[in-house]
Design a protein around this ligand. Structure first.
Ligand code: SG7
Ligand code: ZN
Length: 261
């Protein structure tokens, strides 16, 4: 349960709501962020604690994405900005498309990016990720958008390098070296406070409306070859997972905030 969905056909995004009722809810993700339609605010600083220590990490092919976890149970905590409490790092994963012109989940001014990374945190008071899913303030998710660059991004090489070892769903592989989350989460400290934030949902079934989204405006870079390596991963059926992004959902009466640093 919770895994029988896909990104095409009979079990594709248009059908998720038949089995998972939250997927037709009012506050779904992803969305198109229209920059002319955001509310500018100045929030307290967003803080990421613990990301300057390297942690032994591993990646798993879930059949729907590649997911990275650390062996440390509290590798990082997130607080400040739009958040009322502390949130603990659970996992990060990626969404991509079948070519370099699409793949991101959130769009900005209807523009799509070749990849998006989600770093998922759960509210510390709820003790566990699964318990947090029962509460509307349960999760905070950092979203990062990528552009194509001629040169590979060295920060992502440790992940890209092991993808060939986890092509089959369910496979898991440790990274060769302990990973510094800072290199992924804070590529440029000067730009960390420049983000959009809105309330929404998980972007896969069960589509629970439990997530405070924080989308950084800064773009990171990946080469075409780095992006292409993700498209060789396999789905539960053994096909290539060429794309795994959900189409944008209606904003309804939600407001997207833009934090002005
Ligand atoms: C990815 O996105 C995975 C899922 C995640 C889902 O498919 O990271 O996580 C696991 C454990 O497979 O689902 C419940 C959950 O975290 C949705 O997360 S997202 O909204 O950040 N895209
Ligand atoms: Zn995601």
């Amino acid at each position: 349960h919770g895994q029988n969905f896909s990104y095409d056909g009979d079990q594709g995004p248009l059908h998720w709501g038949e089995e998972y009722h939250s997927c037709i809810g009012k506050y779904q993700s992803p969305i198109n962020i229209e920059e002319h339609n955001v509310k500018n605010v100045s929030l307290s600083p967003l803080r990421l604690i613990g990301i300057d220590n390297p942690y032994q990490s591993y990646v798993t092919n879930t059949g729907h994405t590649v997911m990275l976890k650390t062996n440390e149970s509290k590798a990082a905590t997130l607080s400040g900005g739009p958040l009322q409490d502390n949130y603990v790092f659970e996992q990060l994963h990626f969404h991509w498309g079948e070519n370099d012109y699409e793949g991101s989940e959130d769009l900005v001014n209807n523009h799509s990016f070749p990849m998006e990374m989600h770093a998922v945190f759960y509210k510390e008071d709820y003790k566990s990720f699964n318990e947090a899913l029962n509460h509307s303030d349960g999760l905070a998710i950092l979203a990062y958008l990528y552009e194509v660059s001629p040169q590979p991004n060295p920060a992502y090489e440790p992940i890209v390098r092991v993808l060939r070892d986890i092509e089959v769903m369910g496979k898991r592989k440790a990274l060769q070296e302990p990973l510094l989350l800072e290199s992924l989460f804070v590529p440029d400290i000067a730009k960390m406070q420049d983000y959009f934030t809105y309330f929404g949902s998980l972007t896969t079934p069960p589509c629970l409306e439990v997530a405070r989204w924080i989308d950084f405006k800064d773009r990171q870079q990946l080469s075409h070859e780095q992006l292409a390596a993700f498209r060789d991963l396999q789905t539960p059926e053994g096909d290539k997972l060429t794309h795994n992004f959900r189409p944008v959902q209606p904003l309804e009466d939600r407001v997207v905030f833009h934090n002005i640093p």
